[in-house]
Design a protein around this ligand. Structure first.
Ligand code: ADP
Length: 618
């Protein structure tokens, strides 16, 4: 093997793009490079601390665990040196030269998508960087050359050096380093002179890295507190302390939205600080390649960075720390999953957190609304996936309704308090946008009778409401259902009505012409202004859920028919009935079908509709 020789490697294209971007786009907050590098150093120290618990054979076992910062003003060098796990040659190439995880590509993709977003939805670049962990490369914001020397904890692995100017390539060669760990030297750019000042470095460590679990030394002086915030008493801590600690545990750039400091003694001892970030993680179909868990400490020793077993999956957006005295130090990643005490902590923590949310929802409504807008879908996911917590979660659910149209501030409790006296069901409508739903023909009957309707706009909502079934003895019913279980005095408004012979002939004709698209056709008085709407004659699973299920089953080609309700009082319907012998009536009946889909904001057969409309435009 040519380990001893000097070798030059090209950065992968995506890394080049990434570095270009970091160097040229990130004008503000360049100082975060220090937080990123210190966080890597601390991770490396935690890893070696954990390894040492079970492996007596690691290199340099008795080395003090710390980070040393040193400044060479003359040569304009800033060095960050840790005594952590270090890296072998292969690790150095695979982890630094390429990005080990698939994060970069996603980062770049997210970045270009982010550019297209409305200003208010845009994430800041440091947010994105924090989230995707492109940490190390941030060094090139302030340095025109970066050198790494590293010696792995693996006894046999020779020390290696790495150097790059961050433009296209890097060099790997042998290193003289004997001490275990990694030393990263930044050859600072002219405009980054400020990072040669001790006072500047000191204040940055205090600001961003105060609660790192290992000492950070500048010369002889320890510049961080490195104490366990979660073990302190709440009354000795200020909001700033919590916020500062958050930035360190989360590598988030922003302040958290909220935090909770909990501890418990029975049935198992633990203390923890949980944070709700300001923004929800970027997930694709409920999956996030960077999904975090909580940091786990046992008897003051760091065990795991992202322990997912500490919370149910629907709370995966939470960040923070848990420490327990009641776990063995040698818990492995595998055994954590099944550890009875971890399960107990999970239960207590979840219960405490959900009651804290409940309290927030009544005492701090504005904050709760912010929370809901970002994380509501996780709570709804919990309703769907964790039956144990369903009763605790349902009161937390918020939605738009026909009476709460500006913000999702409606709740089940509120809905039930406002229901009509003899109303036995909770009604909901599902669509893409609140504005569309409000004007949907499905709502005409309800608005006329002053019955509130919940307006749902996320694809899974329908599925979730379908699954909830009933709440507080009230059945949840989709407004498109053919069996609405309405209060007695309103019932007659949706019953099929007797119509004239012309209209009956129209109905038969509609059935015949639309036989590919439509099952049942009926006349009722449910509609006030619209000529027609779809309904779900069987009253079973809604059209939307059927579509979701069919797509999931890969049966998207299957024809999903609908049922059509006509307004006997509408002028268009009446006119159609009067010209059934006309040549063009078939096309006009087809238009009726498309009208129903346009009015509810869906498009069942866009090509056919285009074919019908085009001749009219000539
Ligand atoms: P992240 O820290 O999000 O994984 P980075 O680009 O900052 O991304 O680092 C990439 C990888 O390089 C790390 O996951 C780690 O394996 C390795 N690494 C970085 N810094 C150090 C260090 N000081 N000691 C040991 N390994 C390190």
């Amino acid at each position: 093997m040519a380990a001893a020789t000097e070798e030059t490697f090209e950065f992968k294209t995506e890394i080049k793009e990434l570095m270009h971007l970091i160097v040229h786009t990130l004008y503000t907050h360049k100082e975060i490079f220090l937080r990123e590098l210190l966080s890597n150093a601390s991770d490396a120290l935690s890893k070696v601390q954990f390894e040492a618990l079970t492996n007596p054979d690691i290199y340099d076992k008795d080395q003090v665990l710390d980070v040393k910062l040193s400044i060479d003003e003359k040569k304009k060098l800033l060095t960050i040196e840790d005594t952590g796990v270090g890296m072998t040659r292969e690790q150095l190439i695979s982890q630094i030269g390429t990005i080990a995880h698939s994060g970069t590509k996603r980062f770049m993709k997210e970045l270009s998508e982010n550019e297209k977003k409305d200003e208010k939805d845009k994430k800041s670049l440091p947010d994105l960087i924090g989230q995707f962990g492109v940490g190390f490369y941030s060094a090139f914001m302030v340095a025109d050359k970066v050198s790494i020397e590293t010696k792995s904890m693996e006894r046999e692995a020779p020390a290696v050096a790495w150097e790059s100017d961050g433009t296209g390539s890097y060099v790997v060669k042998e290193s003289e380093r004997r001490k275990r760990g990694t030393s990263i030297t930044l050859h600072l750019k002219k405009e980054a002179k400020e990072f040669l000042e001790e006072s500047r470095i000191k204040s940055l460590v205090e600001q961003y890295s105060n609660y790192l679990p290992f000492p950070v030394l500048l010369g002889e002086e320890e510049v961080n507190k490195h104490e366990a915030l979660w073990r302190k008493s709440k009354k000795d801590l200020k909001e700033e302390d919590y916020n500062e600690f958050y930035k360190q545990v989360s590598t988030d750039w922003q302040e958290p939205l909220h935090y909770e400091h909990f501890s418990g003694d029975a049935p198992v001892q633990f203390s923890s600080v949980l944070y709700i970030p300001k923004r929800a993680p970027m997930e694709y179909y409920g999956q996030d390649p960077h999904e975090h868990g909580l940091k786990l400490y046992v008897k003051r020793v760091f065990i795991q960075d992202d322990c997912k077993a500490l919370l149910p999956r629907f709370l995966r957006f939470l960040r923070g720390v848990v420490e327990s005295e009641d776990l063995p130090l040698n818990v492995s990643r595998e055994s954590i999953q099944n550890d009875a005490n971890i399960t107990k902590i999970n239960k207590v923590l979840t219960k405490k957190f959900l009651s804290a949310l409940k309290k927030m929802s009544t005492k701090k409504e504005e904050l709760y609304l912010d929370f809901w807008k970002q994380f509501g879908r996780f709570i709804k996911e919990g309703v769907h996936s964790e039956t144990t917590y369903k009763d605790k979660l349902l009161p937390l659910v918020r939605f738009y309704t026909s009476k709460h149209t500006d913000n999702p501030t409606g709740s089940f409790a509120d809905y039930i308090a406002n229901k009509k006296e003899d109303q036995k069901a909770v009604y909901y409508a599902v669509g893409e946008k609140v504005e569309q739903l409000r004007r949907s023909p499905h709502l005409e009957l309800f608005q006329r009778n002053d019955i509130e309707v919940i307006l749902l706009t996320e694809p899974m909502d329908d599925m979730i409401f379908n699954q909830i079934g009933t709440h507080e003895d009230m059945k949840l019913i989709n407004v498109e259902s053919g069996d609405l279980e309405l209060p007695e005095d309103i019932k007659k408004e949706v019953e099929e009505v007797e119509v004239s012979d012309d209209l009956t002939r129209l109905k038969d004709k509609v059935k015949e012409v639309l036989s590919d698209h439509v099952n049942e056709v009926r006349f009722s008085k449910a509609l006030s202004d619209s000529p027609c709407k779809f309904y779900n004659a069987s009253g079973g699973i809604s059209h939307n859920v059927q579509k979701l299920m069919f797509n999931m089953d890969g049966m998207s080609g299957f024809p999903l028919k609908r049922d059509l309700e006509l307004n006997p009082e509408h002028s268009y319907v009446k006119a159609l009935a009067g010209r059934l012998d006309n040549d063009s009536v078939n096309d006009q009946i087809k238009m009726l079908f498309h009208m129903a889909s346009l009015l509810e904001g869906t498009l069942e057969d866009p090509q056919e509709l285009a074919g019908l409309v085009l001749p009219l435009l000539r």
